[in-house]
Design a protein around this ligand. Structure first.
Ligand code: NDP
Length: 439
């Protein structure tokens, strides 16, 4: 039953989970009897607020702010903040809902939440970014805390934004603790957090391929996006001897058959905050394809022949036609760095084709898992080395892979990791909810 009108992405995420849970409900009626899913689709608390700030011209600007605290069954609400003009309640709810199961899959004690704003950071001065972040925190601070709700970054929210928000949080709350993750290494951040989502997504792909006796070594890989997740996916692919040949942003894509120049990409995106059109000025053999030239209704990244694909930009960036094209061109593995990048029809196609398909809630859980490692270090007032954190991340991704694949096997569909991820994540939360009573 669609009870949240206009929230298409939320319904899309909920329907996918609901569909996967049917075999679980059949085998164990207690989950149905306890109405666990009906309870879970209603967030515990939804906060919507006004964010008012003044731009460089002295004009008053008004944005919408959100924090949706979905489930605290397994621990403090945990999930990122997204600043993007497309943000609305349906987007934040889909992300928060997915987060519950993703966080459960990590095996750590973290609940699910998500937040953000329709604020568009593009083209804003540093001063405007700070003004917005501070205004956003003047409301958010009263709803969060190191054992209550711990936000992190997402699209449009990186180290700079976390810094401005933490500064304001600390001032208003009069505490210095791990209430935000993704902090700078100079004042409480964790080594390897920046890299974690991308690295984790490649570790997940490696686990899927190891189980099939296959490898990424020497293979052509395509990546979409050119933000935090895409950059560190590309980096880890190189570590494993693969050849990442694409990246993209909302205006177009790069095809670099010799392999994406990672140093150049980092310089352009992390330092200069430039568009990808700049990339081809330095790499003469690379090709830039603007979105206007993409095949109609398609994303051109998925037309490039490859062995493995890593969607790392945004939701619904890969549809059924894209999925068919990928597989037609020989793609054997899709590991999702982004949240819900594939439409439900594309997901069904990957599952039916029995390729190594890692859904986002499993494959990109390395980011939130490492955020929890940041919380642990903050609480203990210690810092681990990069190698220690990376080793824990690799182990956590292996644990997620095990949970997902064993559950898929238990329900008679060993290659269906959508089923495996949804049931394994749901079951951990559901068991805890039943034990904690009707609240
Ligand atoms: P960033 O803001 O760092 O980068 C986002 C990238 O995706 C940019 O290249 C951006 O291009 C592109 N993009 C965003 N929106 C669109 C769109 N509507 N159409 C086409 N391209 C788009 O974000 P992240 O790398 O952090 O996040 C990417 C994905 O990974 C998201 O789905 C996020 O939820 C997910 N994720 C992130 C985690 C993290 O730790 N950061 C953890 C788990 C999941 P442009 O600059 O032109 O907008």
């Amino acid at each position: 039953k669609r009870t949240s009108p206009g929230q298409d992405e939320f319904h899309q995420a909920a329907e996918e989970v609901l569909h996967s849970l049917e075999p679980l409900f059949e085998k164990y009626p207690k989950y149905k009897d306890n109405k666990v899913l009906e309870r879970l689709v209603e967030p515990e608390r939804q906060i919507m607020f006004r964010v008012t700030w003044v731009d460089d011209k002295g004009e008053i600007q008004i944005n919408k702010g959100y924090r949706i605290q979905f489930s605290s069954t397994l621990g403090p609400y945990k999930g990122g903040l997204r600043f993007h003009p497309t943000v609305n309640t349906g987007i934040i709810k889909f992300l928060g809902f997915e987060q519950i199961f993703k966080n459960a899959l990590t095996g750590l004690q973290i609940g699910g939440g998500k937040g953000g704003s329709d604020f568009d950071p593009k083209g804003k001065s540093d001063n405007e970014i700070m003004a917005f972040c501070q205004a956003f925190m003047t409301e958010l601070h009263r709803h969060i805390g190191s054992t209550t709700d711990v936000p992190a970054g997402d699209i449009g929210v990186g180290g700079r934004e976390i810094g401005y928000m933490f500064g304001m949080y600390k001032k208003l709350a009069n505490v210095y603790d791990g209430t935000l993750t993704g902090k700078s290494l100079k004042w409480g951040g964790s080594l390897a957090r920046t890299e974690a989502t991308g690295y984790g997504c490649v570790y997940f792909a490696k686990n899927m391929l190891d189980a099939r006796g296959e490898t990424l070594k020497g293979k052509r890989c395509v990546v979409s996006g050119s933000g935090n997740v895409a950059i560190y996916t590309i980096e880890k692919l190189y570590h494993l001897g693969a050849l990442p040949i694409t990246c993209s942003d909302s205006k177009g894509m790069i095809l670099d058959e010799e392999g994406i120049d990672l140093d150049l990409l980092k310089e352009l995106k992390e330092n200069q905050r430039a568009r990808l059109t700049e990339y081809v000025k330095y790499r003469k053999n690379a090709k830039y394809i603007p979105v206007e030239d993409y095949p109609k209704g398609r994303n051109a990244v998925w037309s490039v022949p490859c062995y493995a694909a890593f969607p790392s930009a945004t939701q619904n960036e890969l549809n059924l036609e894209d999925a068919k094209e990928l597989i037609k061109n020989g793609c054997k593995c899709v590991s999702e760095g982004a949240n819900m990048p594939s439409t439900n029809e594309a997901v069904e196609y990957f599952v039916a084709e029995k390729i190594a398909y890692g859904p986002g809630k499993a494959a990109n859980a390395g980011g939130v898992a490492t955020s929890q490692l940041e919380m642990a270090q903050n609480a203990a007032m210690i810092s681990w080395t990069f190698e220690e954190v990376d080793a824990k991340l690799e182990q956590i991704m292996y644990g997620i892979f095990q949970r997902v694949s064993k559950t898929a096997e238990e329900f008679g569909e060993p290659t269906n990791f959508v089923l495996g991820a949804n049931i394994a994540g749901f079951r951990r939360v559901a068991d805890a909810m039943i034990e904690q009573g009707i609240i």
